[in-house]
Write a protein that binds this ligand. Structure first.
Ligand code: PLP
Length: 365
């Protein structure tokens, strides 16, 4: 069906073609209302249905119970880096952060604005080895009584991913930046106090951020904050305290339906596993490339690798792009290559990349 370029971009990233077609129609006319989704009031009946359905589909997809709030916010995951500690980290307390890449470092930096004298505690880190892996649980050291434990489930830049959640001391709840792998596999939301994800990797367009949080926590806000920065504001107003990112919410809702139609999160996980396996196996077999993420930590979402030299890396990216394989250049902070293969990325694109990997190695090896 596709004459589109295989888009390996890390984000904004590929969306399901079916969803793009639906969105195209909805731009013109949302469900026979005669008005497009971009033009509807965020308080009118048609949008009432859009946001209610998006929330309901999100809940059924991941089994999110009623004692959790599902919020559609703005400001990206980067705003969550600050909102989380601003709401929940008291001057007198601390939180534990797992440092596994530049996004978790940024999250830590924002928390440091709020931590008191105790500071924020780094429970585990792989920074000394360039964030090449996820630290093991037995390498982690919890602080005395953290309020929460924060981790980045998938490290988009270096291409590492937690295989399971870190352990949480009795005093604490779990907070997670799941921007680049939420709903790529089954998840038990009840293990978390708060989960957040910018949509533009795996869930929809840039401009909307999904936050899932245990309602109980809304009673635990530790300081006075501007209205827009309080989770309670958005929970009380059903994400409509002010004008929400209506189009982003619409598309995210369609993506949830698309995932359901594919068989849900378990089916997504199976497909993602197969796609990633295909690439890692090819990279290992060829003995020309180097996978930059340690075995046991490798991401199913972002496959990072290098050729023997930066010059060849550059040629690889340029030639791949000429062959319709776009967006393979690694993040500017780490170089090399990165193939982002989120939920909506087709298996055929992984097969095309595997063929190109073999071809390039045989011509340059
Ligand atoms: C992309 C990304 C971010 C930043 O998201 P914004 O929406 O641009 O703020 C944060 N964390 C992770 C893991 C990411 O992949």
């Amino acid at each position: 069906m596709t004459d589109r370029t295989f888009n390996f971009s890390a984000g904004p990233a590929v969306l399901p073609e079916e969803v793009l077609r639906e969105a195209q129609e909805a731009l013109w006319d949302l469900e026979g209302s005669g008005i497009g989704i971009l033009e509807h009031s965020h308080r009118g009946g048609p949008f009432d249905r859009v946001i209610a359905e998006a929330e309901a589909d999100c809940r059924s997809l991941a089994g999110i119970p009623e004692d959790y709030a599902v919020l559609f916010l703005q400001g990206g995951a980067s705003t969550q880096f600050a909102m989380l500690p601003a709401n929940f980290l008291p001057d007198s307390g601390t939180a534990d952060y797992w440092l596994t890449g530049s996004w978790s470092k940024k999250a830590l930096k924002e928390a440091q604005h709020y931590a008191g004298r105790a500071g924020v505690h780094v429970a585990a880190s792989s920074e000394a080895t360039g964030f090449d892996r996820i630290p093991r649980q037995d390498e982690a050291q919890a602080s005395e009584a953290p309020v929460y434990v924060h981790f980045t489930s998938n490290n988009t830049i270096v291409g590492t991913q937690f295989q399971s959640e870190p352990e949480v001391p009795a005093s604490a709840w779990l907070a997670c930046d799941a921007s680049s792998d939420l709903f790529s596999r089954p998840i038990d939301p009840t293990r978390y106090g708060l989960l957040y994800a910018g949509a533009q990797k795996n869930l929809g367009p840039a401009g909307v951020t999904l936050v899932i949080l245990r309602r109980e926590l809304l009673e635990c806000q530790v300081r006075a904050l501007p209205t827009m920065l309080r989770y309670a504001t958005h929970a009380e107003k059903g994400s409509r305290f002010n004008t929400p990112p209506t189009f982003g919410i619409y598309v995210m809702g369609r993506v949830f339906k698309w995932i359901q139609a594919q068989g849900g999160l378990a089916a997504m996980a199976r497909r993602n596993q197969e796609k990633a396996e295909l690439l890692y196996q090819c990279l290992e077999d060829l003995d020309f490339y180097h996978c930059t993420a340690g075995e046991g930590s490798r991401s199913l979402m972002n496959v990072t690798f290098r050729t023997p030299s930066p010059e060849l890396d550059e040629r690889f990216v340029a030639e791949a792009s000429q062959q319709g394989l776009a967006g393979l250049k690694g993040h500017r902070s780490v170089g090399g290559m990165r193939a982002s293969i989120y939920n909506a990325f087709p298996r055929a694109g992984c097969e095309a990349l595997a063929a190109f990997l073999r071809d390039f190695a045989s011509h340059n090896g």
